[in-house]
Ligand binder design. Structure first.
Ligand SMILES: *[C@@H]1O[C@H](CO)[C@@H](O)[C@H](O)[C@H]1NC(C)=O
Ligand SMILES: *[C@@H]1O[C@H](CO)[C@@H](O)[C@H](O)[C@H]1NC(C)=O
Ligand SMILES: *[C@@H]1O[C@H](CO)[C@@H](O)[C@H](O)[C@H]1NC(C)=O
Length: 444
């Protein structure tokens, strides 16, 4: 008997430690390896002046060109000290860290007259707002890898007001610039930075893999047009966590291209994790869509805290989009004060042009929404599938919304199939079945 005792105890110890590890808080660590860089230059070494008046475009471009040219082992840090460094747009390079010290502000110039243009994204076929090209992103990394943007919560300020006004006055010639964009890039880490007043979407990784966004603050007025927070687009292995977002459009929106252009380019977004996000927006907290023509799958959203919202969780697509939205899990969400708790709809968003294929129906399936609580929610849910392409395996469990007894029904559904368990108010008849052995509640 005693012979067996020791190995038996060992097994208990081992399994206990495995159990403890599994109980640790999950983080994005591991998606992008951490790189220590010893070589460091300061923007002031390249003539940078942080007086809020000097235009530092040349300083930023020369400093980054130097990092690109010298290729120091392990790369280099570009240090931005306290001060307001006004600049035009610039490009990042591989193996660099852009470090914003406490009190550092990189501020976009308001002179939009000479803003350079970029080609439209192939998966969109045109600018998102206007036909043709689009304005170059304020800070762009194209075809780069091993790039970090971090520091002591310094600010990247887009001074977007001039762009928002052009949009409001309908004088925009091309699609507005993003505050930060990475294209065709890998191993990108963005942390401990404040993003303020983006002209358009704030952080846009497109055709990227292994991207981490954590400990960031994103701020723009509630009435600023299209100031999306983080939009992973045709990208994989993206992790967004521990951030605060208060803006004028979707806080996070996962995308993958627009109608016939997105279908042809066919680059999905997959393996996306969004966790511990707090914030407020007149649009959606967490959105998928509406541009999802390359497909979106394997998305996990958890521990999200939303206040004063348009819609808590919004999955949106359209006829002509094609693509798919599948294997999506959203759990542990608290929503206070929203027009709608949940919206899943197949009639959202416009088309790039008239050449879209009206028979290209999107597939929406295997969507699990669980452990969601809401207070002051005007309508619990609107789930509106597509007539010839109903949304299937929509699973709702442990959801409770406090919906004031006003006009209207708490849940509205059409062209949807699925199940529900412990949902209050009681969901629409399409989802009322509690098939415990079916797809919905037989997982994990
Ligand atoms: C920045 O990168 C883009 C895309 O690669 C390129 O078109 C543009 O000329 C670059 N801008 C500068 C200032 O190097
Ligand atoms: C920066 O902001 C993050 C996220 O809000 C916070 O966790 C961190 O403590 C702040 N860091 C500093 C140096 O203030
Ligand atoms: C998604 O993650 C899984 C599991 O970690 C991995 O096997 C797969 O290769 C990833 N997919 C992509 C597109 O990177």
């Amino acid at each position: 008997m005693t012979v067996f005792r020791l190995p038996f105890l060992l097994i208990i110890c081992l399994s206990t430690s495995i159990f403890t590890a599994a109980n640790d808080v999950e983080t994005c660590s591991g998606i992008v390896p951490t790189t220590e860089r010893t070589d460091r230059i300061s923007i002031t070494d390249y003539g940078g002046v942080g007086d809020g008046k000097t235009v530092n475009t040349k300083a930023f471009r020369e400093a980054i060109y130097r990092i690109q040219r010298l290729r120091r082992n392990g790369g280099s840090v570009l240090y931005v000290p306290a001060g307001v460094f006004l600049t035009g747009n610039f490009n990042l390079t591989s193996h660099m860290t852009l470090y914003l010290a406490n009190g550092a502000v990189i501020q976009a110039t308001q002179d939009t007259s000479n803003w350079p243009l970029a080609d439209p994204l192939p998966s969109y076929g045109r600018g998102r707002e206007r036909q043709g090209g689009r304005y170059m992103s304020f800070i762009l990394g194209d075809g780069v890898h091993d790039v970090t943007i971090t520091g002591e919560n310094g600010t990247i300020d887009g001074q977007g007001g001039v762009w928002w006004n052009m949009w409001r006055r309908k004088t925009l010639q091309y699609t507005r610039p993003h505050l930060i964009e990475f294209m065709h890039s890998t191993h990108i880490s963005i942390s401990n930075v404040v993003f303020k007043n983006s002209p358009f979407w704030n952080i846009h990784p497109v055709y990227c893999s292994n991207v981490v966004v954590r400990y960031v603050t994103i701020l723009a007025p509630a009435d600023s047009p299209n100031t999306d927070g983080v939009d992973p687009d045709s990208s994989s292995n993206v992790c967004i966590e521990d951030s605060y977002i208060s803006n004028g459009d979707d806080m996070v929106a996962i995308k993958s291209g627009w109608d016939e252009y997105g279908i042809a380019y066919s680059r999905p977004s997959s393996n996306i994790t969004v966790r511990r996000i707090t914030g407020s927006s007149p649009f959606a907290g967490i959105a998928i869509g509406s541009e999802t023509s390359g497909g979106v799958e394997n998305v996990l959203v958890e521990h999200v805290n939303l206040t004063k919202m348009g819609v808590g969780i919004h999955i949106k697509t359209n006829v002509g989009r094609g693509g798919y939205i599948r294997n999506i899990t959203v759990s542990d969400v608290y929503i206070q004060n929203a027009r709608k708790g949940i919206k899943i709809a197949g009639d959202v968003g416009d088309h790039p042009d008239e050449k879209f294929n009206p028979d290209a129906n999107p597939i929406v399936q295997d969507i699990t929404l669980k452990n969601i609580q809401g207070e002051k929610i005007l309508q619990a849910g609107l789930i509106k599938g597509i007539k010839n392409a109903p949304f299937t395996n929509i699973c709702l469990s442990d959801i409770s919304f406090y919906v004031p007894k006003t006009k209207g029904v708490p849940w509205e559904c059409t062209d949807v199939k699925g199940s529900s368990l412990k949902v209050s108010p009681s969901p629409c008849s399409e989802l009322i079945s509690t098939d415990a052995t079916g797809f919905c509640f037989n997982q994990d």
